[in-house]
Design a protein around this ligand. Sequence first.
Ligand SMILES: Nc1ncnc2c1ncn2[C@@H]1O[C@H](COP(=O)(O)OP(=O)(O)OP(=O)(O)O)[C@@H](O)[C@H]1O
Ligand SMILES: [Mg+2]
Length: 256
Amino acid sequence: MTPPVLRLRNLRASVGGRQVLRGVDLDVGAGEVHAIMGPNGAGKSTLAAALAGRPDVAVEADAALFDGEPLLGRTPEQRACKGLFLGFQYPVELPGVHNLLLLRSALNAVRRDQGLAEVDAYDFLRSARALAKTLGLGEDLLQRDVNDGFSGGEKKRNEVLQLALLQPRLAILDEIDSGLDIDALKQVGAALQGLRDGRRSFVLVTHYRRLLDLVPVDRVHVMVDGRIAASGGIELAERLERQGYEWALQPEAVGE
Ligand SMILES: Nc1ncnc2c1ncn2[C@@H]1O[C@H](COP(=O)(O)OP(=O)(O)OP(=O)(O)O)[C@@H](O)[C@H]1O
Ligand SMILES: [Mg+2]
């Protein structure tokens, strides 16, 4: 059996001296899509930050393996080069950093790490334009500074553009569906589906089932108070939509 792309055992994390994650266990197999749901403040974004290597998140784990290799202790750049991608819940604005140039630099950095030649600037521009179009992202946004003055939905589409260009092994998308209009949600859903190739894996942090109707999931996890309190199939998302989180807060919800 092939090892999981991501294996977490008893992962704990603290931010600002406060313990947020209290023992997360998670296995994400190659090609799988997992959803993480859970109430505000449960620790979903902290988990994403811990995996991406945000320096202010102190992380410990019995195991944290990405493609079979230890993840902790690597810099965010090393993790990205190994194929880890994080789409932010709140993408940051980077005035003075040209969007297309950042995208190309990021792609070339990953390619260098893999021993590949830099992309041809013209080919890159062509594929970036084509991808932006499928995401309903105006071409002018490619030529602007990263997220600078972008609308909420444009920022989220730009995260998906980064993902589509970088083609990572594992994409963690933190509320990629929030702020998207109805058409944008469909475009993003179709883009994510189009990126599935049987090997690439996804962790979708979301509050709503509607994204999961567009991107069928293998597993749904409910995070409560820094732990996975319940795991199951799409029926779990349906139950949450009907009943909210109250039941998942009970101790007996833990496990399958
Ligand atoms: N720097 C910090 N100092 C203290 N507490 C923090 C810090 N950063 C995050 N937290 C706390 O950690 C908890 C988990 O936050 P996190 O952003 O991971 O939640 P979330 O599950 O992503 O919530 P949401 O659904 O609202 O996005 C929150 O209570 C938050 O206030
Ligand atoms: Mg969050």
